[in-house]
Ligand binder design. Structure first.
Ligand code: UGA
Length: 442
């Protein structure tokens, strides 16, 4: 059995470690934070992710998975997965300090022939930089044989286990024979030969150069963000010319060349990845003398959508100061409690800045933690949010908002305007309940 080490037990690292171990590998997750490592070792997840706790507990119980903060555990590893964070640094350029610390700490324990697999989202060229950084940090006695492979992740929060076990493709960047060795680790996923596997829908294995794999990660996220911004731009034009984006966008999505996914219009994209990666790609372009104008526009349109929400509320309420506004949803998307770059939270900030009295409810967010907003009241349920509200905003696409008792909501409100920023409400039913629904793109 080959020994797999996963350095960094954030979102990507924990999913990778748990899924690999569940599929049969022997895996040790390493984190600098002993408390986090200790909790994970006891089967406690530091974040919410569907199905992950079951996999984690099963792999721990089978003795294939453990977590530690001791780097000594990396001794003898055949594969070292780098899954540490690369948060945005100055000018949007990813901050590589965690990657640097990780590789410098791992180098003294690296066995000859080990493969460093980079899963952290790093700017193009980082694989080579990792190689030289490790070379410089290797002990004199080391024969210098090791390889670096890029293996970008395409995990979505809220469906990360599904995305890991049933991906569309596995991308590997580097050279032979290390590429084939990493591919062998993914054998169960590639063949879909595991309980619950889907042998009729096997993923593609795509091998390429290091730089191409690193670029593929950025290009994928940039395309998805651009597709959403494109949908929003079409919706904005629809609104002006009297067309209905709810009809137009699904109709273009039926063309297989375009595809139905990521055409959901409204408040736009958020989360910890799209904004960071698009900005990083713009910065990379500039480093090489290229102005990435489409990507800049992608960000600009996304920013416009958030401002448009404020304008729509203002157009109905006239003055925001002193008005009670209820916000349904705070997470950056449904299925997660993640508040990073959440459009909902950004809009809450702007409303409060404009003097509105804001109450919010999110099924998964009970405590704002480091995202605390002074003046924001968290409500018990959606009806509590509606209490005496002059207007409501649906800001996250939680499915449960689609089945709200609209009459009950209307009775609790002082006003009757509901701005549906995610297109989840049944407009006819809401109108029948006496609500005036506003939206995007119609
Ligand atoms: C995204 C990518 O989808 C993953 O493939 C990638 O691995 C991940 O980033 C990453 O780089 O780690 P994630 O940020 O979890 O995953 O969320 P998405 O499901 O992609 O949604 C991103 C944002 O776009 C959310 O705010 C969502 O509400 C918004 N969105 C999504 C729309 O506004 N419209 C849509 O049609 C789809």
């Amino acid at each position: 059995m080959r020994k797999v080490i996963v350095v960094g037990t954030g979102y990507v690292g924990t999913v990778t470690a748990a899924c690999m171990a569940w599929l049969g590998q022997e895996v040790v997750g390493v984190d600098v934070d002993p408390v986090r490592a200790g909790q994970l070792d006891c089967g406690q997840l530091p974040f919410f992710e569907p199905y992950l706790d079951e996999l984690l507990r099963e792999a721990l119980a089978k003795g294939r998975l453990s977590f530690t903060s001791q780097l000594g555990a990396t001794v003898g590893a055949d594969f070292v997965f780098l899954c540490v964070g690369t948060p945005p640094g100055e000018g949007g350029v990813p901050d590589m300090s965690q990657v640097e610390t990780a590789v410098r700490s791992v180098a003294p324990h690296l066995k000859a022939g080990a493969i460093i697999v980079d899963k952290s989202t790093v700017p193009v060229g980082s694989g080579d930089w990792v190689r030289t950084t490790v070379e410089d940090a290797l002990p004199r006695s080391h024969p210098g044989r090791f390889a670096v492979v890029s293996n970008p992740e395409f995990l979505r929060e809220g469906s990360a286990v599904e995305d890991f076990l049933h991906p569309d493709r596995i991308v590997l960047g580097g050279e032979s024979p290390s590429l084939e060795e990493v591919a062998r680790l993914y054998e169960p996923v590639l063949s879909q030969d595991f309980v619950g596997g889907r042998p009729h829908r096997r993923p593609h294995l795509v091998s390429m150069t290091l730089a191409s794999a690193e670029m593929t990660k950025y290009a994928a996220n940039a395309f998805l963000a651009t597709k959403i911004s494109f949908a929003n731009e079409m919706a904005n034009i629809c609104e002006l010319v009297g067309a209905d984006a709810r009809q137009v966008l699904p109709a273009i999505g039926m063309d297989r060349r375009i595809g139905r996914g990521f055409l959901g219009h409204g408040l736009g994209w958020g989360g910890s990845c799209f904004g960071k990666d698009v900005t990083a790609l713009v910065a990379t372009g500039l480093d090489y003398g290229y102005e990435a104008s489409i990507l800049r526009a992608t960000v600009q349109v996304n920013e416009y959508q958030r401002a448009a929400a404020i304008r729509k509320l203002q157009a109905w309420l006239k003055v925001l100061k002193g008005k009670r506004i209820g916000v349904l949803g705070l997470a950056f998307k449904a299925g997660t409690d993640d508040l990073r770059d959440s459009a909902a939270l950004d809009i809450v900030h702007r409303l409060i800045h404009n003097g509105a009295v804001v109450t919010a409810y999110d099924p998964a967010v009970k405590d704002l933690g480091e995202h605390h907003v002074t003046g924001l009241r968290l409500a018990r349920d959606p009806y509590d949010v509606a209490d005496r509200a002059d207007a409501l905003l649906v800001a996250t696409d939680w499915p449960e908002f689609a089945s709200l008792d609209l009459a009950r909501l209307a009775v609790r409100m002082s006003g009757r305007y509901v701005l549906d920023g995610r297109g989840v409400l049944d407009v006819a039913a809401a109108s029948a309940a006496g609500l005036a629904v506003g939206g995007f793109g119609w």
